[in-house]
Design a protein around this ligand. Structure first.
Ligand code: SF4
Length: 356
């Protein structure tokens, strides 16, 4: 299978958000030197050209400008002619210098951490900067010719109500990003929120109502839901993330980054400079494919199953889907099985039942 996507993990942030479970460290002094130098060296040795490149983390834009430039230049050499080249950015880091650096390096898509338009909710999440900073970042990126933007939004924030979510959603569509990723807040072990549960956390029922409110809002405002947590204007799906959900192969650089090459899944260990690759086993089997495809609004397609595996959707899976369809959690068609929005809300258990 051809590896067509490349992920680069930059494990540094200016501070740690209380809900964050990613491998990332507070950037200070020369901590980033060894890590970025190794990533640049590895990228420079890369001979393949990729259709999508995604630099995430962490916060790539918290790197000193010369380090960020080094990573961007090395990554740019790995681009195919029609590469989708995305960088995650913290809005407060998007200065004219950064925006022009992105444009000069061929970055054509930027993912901005928004989370909420309300100052109190942003504070509860430990996010830096104000909504005015985000508007300024959008203007800088547009000024540099980068108009394909994605916003990260969070649902189920401590203190969030129907009205406050509506305010965030209204603000988002007024900015007209091409793509919005909207994740339900989850409390992961080891995070600050897991140690000290925040006040006013919406319960499961309230979270579900907020999620459905958000999905309906985006649909009314011209954003198609193409995955459990992802919405876009027509034709602006994240090509990079579709690689993951289609169970296709991708290369990865940087500590803690996960890769899938030559039929095997692997990850780099969590070590700032001396990371090494560890095997996670075979990838690309039917069960894994079905699990990932069912996250997409399109669901598991009979024709694609034939193309990839030489057989259709197994009868057992169709049988398991019927009771879920009766509960309004799945839609079973001759050519596909897909989840409804209510099914997306319970995606882990619904997919588990389909695969059991
Ligand atoms: S900015 Fe993103 S990666 Fe960094 S700590 Fe916050 S959530 Fe985690």
């Amino acid at each position: 299978m051809k590896t067509k996507s490349l992920y680069i993990h930059i494990p540094f942030c200016r501070s740690r958000c209380p809900y964050c479970a990613f491998y990332t460290q507070r950037i200070r002094g020369s901590a980033a030197d060894g890590c970025t130098e190794r990533i640049v060296r590895e990228l420079e040795a890369e001979t393949r050209k990729y259709n999508t490149i995604y630099i995430g983390g962490g916060t790539p834009t918290c790197l000193p400008p010369e380090k960020l430039r080094g990573i961007l230049c090395a990554a740019a050499k790995c681009k195919s002619a029609s590469c989708e080249f995305t960088v995650e950015a913290n809005p407060t880091d998007v200065t004219p210098v950064t925006a022009n650096l992105f444009a000069d390096s061929g970055v054509n898509r930027v993912s901005l951490g928004v989370q909420s338009a309300l100052a109190a909710e942003r504070r509860a999440l430990g996010r830096r900067g104000s909504i005015e900073d985000i508007e300024a970042a959008v203007a800088e990126l547009h000024g540099a010719g980068i108009t394909n933007l994605s916003f990260d939004v969070m649902v189920g924030i401590p203190g969030q109500t129907e009205a406050s979510l509506n305010e965030t959603l209204q603000w988002c569509v007024a900015q007209d990003p091409a793509h919005i990723s909207a994740y339900l807040l989850e409390i992961y072990p080891g995070t600050q929120f897991a140690k000290h549960s925040p006040a006013l956390l919406p319960d499961e029922e309230a979270q579900a109502a907020l999620y459905l409110q958000m999905c309906a809002f985006f649909e009314t405002n011209g954003y198609m839901q193409y995955e459990v947590s992802n919405f876009c204007r027509l034709g602006f799906e994240s090509r990079h993330n579709l690689t993951y959900w289609n169970a296709e192969e991708y290369m990865a650089y940087g500590p803690s980054a996960h890769g899938f090459t030559a039929g095997r899944r692997w990850h780099n260990t969590e070590d700032l400079t001396a990371w090494r690759r560890e095997e996670d086993g075979l990838g690309g089997g039917f069960e894994e494919y079905a699990m990932l495809r069912l996250r997409l609004a399109e669901g598991l397609r009979e024709d694609l199953c034939y193309t990839v595996f030489g057989h259709g959707i197994p009868d057992k899976m169709r049988e398991a889907a019927h009771p879920l369809a009766e509960l309004g959690l799945a839609i079973v068609m001759p050519g596909s099985i897909r989840l409804t929005r209510e099914g997306f809300l319970l995606s882990n258990s619904v997919i588990g039942k389909l695969l059991s």
